[in-house]
Design a protein around this ligand. Structure first.
Ligand SMILES: [Cu+2]
Length: 242
């Protein structure tokens, strides 16, 4: 029978409950003796808050008896949230689908610099700049040497945290030749704002030439991250990973 309570009746019940609850709650001396000019002001403020809270409490209690309203405000948000979750899952699944000829690049981050190594080329290494071929999936394996940093190339949309002690992985397939900027997007200390690196996406032949021309190898302290960090997220969602 409560399911058909008209709005006016619900409001009247709400007001009656508010008056009854407020009368009891306000009659209690919650804070004890008043002994400063601030004390009565604070106590009045508290009483007003008690009346307001009693109204909200009563309104919620009365509406709880309206089953149809209850069902609606539970079911509709559930559908919205489930749709959001499903859609996000699908998008992430497509992005992280590993390709057979992916190129792996190790990314090293530290206060306040980036460096990069190519395991396919004996860990050829470069500070402050990296190149990748266009239209090929890149698997970035990320490491942090000190605090948490975060890898973000805005034009690629992908963002991933670099966490000390573990290796995080991100997949990107750049499809536009050009020069971009890698930005650290985790506040990592005083030099955070300047923690950037140059990103060059180029034709495969040009990329091959550039990577062949690198004359440094990743230093041993960085290689420790490669060999000793815990590997996380080694395969994309939906690729049969646990
Ligand atoms: Cu950083």
């Amino acid at each position: 029978m409560y399911g058909r309570l008209p709005i006016v009746k619900m409001l009247l019940v709400t007001i009656a409950m508010t008056v009854a609850i407020s009368a009891v709650m306000v009659s209690i001396n919650w804070d004890g003796q008043e002994a400063s000019t601030a004390a009565p002001k604070i106590d009045d403020l508290l009483n007003v808050m008690i009346v307001l809270s009693s109204f909200v409490f009563s309104l919620v209690m009365v509406m709880l008896f309206n089953t149809r309203l209850e069902i609606a405000w539970t079911v509709i948000p559930t559908i919205i949230v489930l749709f959001g979750a499903g859609y996000s899952w699908k998008v992430l699944d497509e992005i992280e689908k590993p390709s057979d000829n992916a190129l792996t690049v190790d990314v090293f981050s530290q206060q306040y610099a980036w460096s990069f190594a190519y395991p396919g080329k004996g860990y050829a290494w470069k500070e402050g700049e990296f190149h990748v071929p266009v239209n090929r999936q890149i698997r970035f394996k990320m490491h942090a040497q000190d605090v948490i940093h975060s890898f973000w190339v805005p034009e690629w949309r992908i963002k991933k945290d670099n966490v000390p002690g573990i290796t995080t992985t991100a997949y990107v397939t750049p499809d536009k030749v050009g020069t971009y900027q890698l930005v650290c997007t985790e506040l990592c200390g005083f030099g955070h704002a300047t923690m950037r690196a140059k990103v060059v996406v180029e034709r495969p032949s040009k990329f091959d030439k550039w990577v062949e021309g690198l004359d440094q190898k990743a230093p041993p302290e960085l290689m420790e991250s490669v060999t000793q960090d815990t590997e996380t997220n080694p395969v994309g969602l939906g690729a049969g990973g646990a």
